[in-house]
Ligand binder design. Structure first.
Ligand SMILES: Nc1ncnc2c1ncn2[C@@H]1O[C@H](COP(=O)(O)OP(=O)(O)OP(=O)(O)O)[C@@H](O)[C@H]1O
Ligand SMILES: [Mg+2]
Length: 338
């Protein structure tokens, strides 16, 4: 469950559209509204191309927003900022990337990589303090002092990700966007990095936006999970609810692809197959963007954009199936899946 009800990040109707070609618009993120509470891990999932990284980057202000707002501790992230405001934002929000090699400068020593933020934000005064701080950070992420003068290529993937984590932690942020931080790692190393992130969260009260492809990966780390499809949020729910009683057909379909270790349960469970390919975000379907692949789609799904509404306690979905106004159309489907 969420650890507090204090909102750290508020995302309101956030859009990020890219111009592609001469006059086409690609709607990578198209109207996200959700909150991230202080101290929680908000998992963001969805298949490749659904807009997760773009959402993370826009929230972090690495991209300007096309429309909408992001508030961090009640203050707007986008728009004109003074130098001091920018510095404060950059210090408070840090990012950990998927590819722990490409995201570390190969020409810099581990010491300089980790200390870069300390230097920029003037957090250390002397060379000794800088060194002490870096050594401390190396220790926190499970590396040691001797690693400080080496270069990224001398490390394994898991170690490089630890360096990336130390770099993010150096400026003592409150909020970290982790964009598929373990996807590139060996399965045996993934749990170690997840455990490190969890421990750091407990010790430092960190708040995470944890982006992943795969529902099974975010289940254990997330307090709540948001499911994205074609730039939009399909469902948000507390982790346990999302896995045991999903509202959206897309969530059900994603869950169908997650293997259940118990063969008995695995054999009996109902599966939903998603048909066809992900449509282009340049020309998304009318009404509900998922309708072209949804096994339950009706006429209304092509005509009207579903509202994103709270249908159960803390569980939000964008699907006409649960809307009182259209429930009649979906009566037999609802009986089948409940
Ligand atoms: N800089 C850009 N310019 C134009 N289009 C972009 C840009 N960045 C992303 N896109 C497009 O926006 C859509 C969403 O991309 P994004 O990388 O956010 O998806 P994702 O959910 O993170 O996918 P993955 O799981 O593969 O990382 C895709 O169609 C992608 O091609
Ligand atoms: Mg991505």
């Amino acid at each position: 469950m969420s650890k507090s009800k204090e909102k750290l990040v508020e995302v309101r109707n956030l859009k990020k559209h890219f111009k592609v070609g001469r006059k086409q618009i690609l709607k990578a993120v198209d109207g996200l509204t959700f909150d991230i509470y202080k101290g929680e891990t908000f998992g963001l999932v969805g298949e490749s191309g659904s807009g997760k990284s773009t959402a993370g980057r826009t929230i972090m202000r690495l991209y300007d927003a096309t429309e909408g707002q992001v508030m961090f501790k009640g203050k707007s992230v986008h728009g004109k900022k003074t130098k001091d405001e920018l510095k404060e934002l950059n210090q408070n929000m840090q990012m950990i990337f998927q590819d722990p090699y490409a995201s570390l400068n190969p020409r810099m020593t581990v010491m300089d990589i980790i200390a870069e933020g300390l230097d920029i934000h003037g957090l250390v005064k002397t060379k000794e303090e800088r060194q002490r701080k870096v050594n401390e950070l190396l220790k926190i992420v499970g590396l040691n002092e001797e690693h400080a003068n080496r270069y990224p290529h001398e490390f394994s993937g898991g170690q490089r990700q630890r360096i990336g984590i130390a770099r993010a932690l150096a400026v003592e942020p409150e909020f970290i966007v982790a964009d598929e931080p373990i996807s590139a790692l060996d399965v045996s190393i993934q749990a170690q990095v997840v455990n490190l992130l969890k421990r750091l969260q407990e010790e430092r009260g960190l708040t995470y936006l944890f982006i992943a492809h795969d529902l099974s990966m975010v289940r254990h780390i997330s307090d709540r999970v948001g499911v994205m499809y074609l730039g939009k949020m399909m469902e948000i729910a507390p982790s346990d609810k999302l896995y045991t009683s999903p509202l959206h057909p897309y969530t059900r379909a994603l869950l169908s692809a997650v293997p259940i270790p118990d063969p008995e349960v695995e054999r009996k469970r109902e599966r939903i197959q998603i048909k066809g390919e992900l449509p282009s975000p340049i020309n998304p379907p009318s009404g509900c963007v998922f309708r072209t692949r949804c096994p339950f789609a009706k006429d209304v799904c092509a005509k009207e954009v579903p509202a994103f509404a709270e249908y159960r306690d803390g569980q939000w979905a964008a699907c006409h199936m649960h809307d009182e106004r259209f429930k009649e159309h979906f009566k037999s489907d609802l009986e089948k899946i409940q």
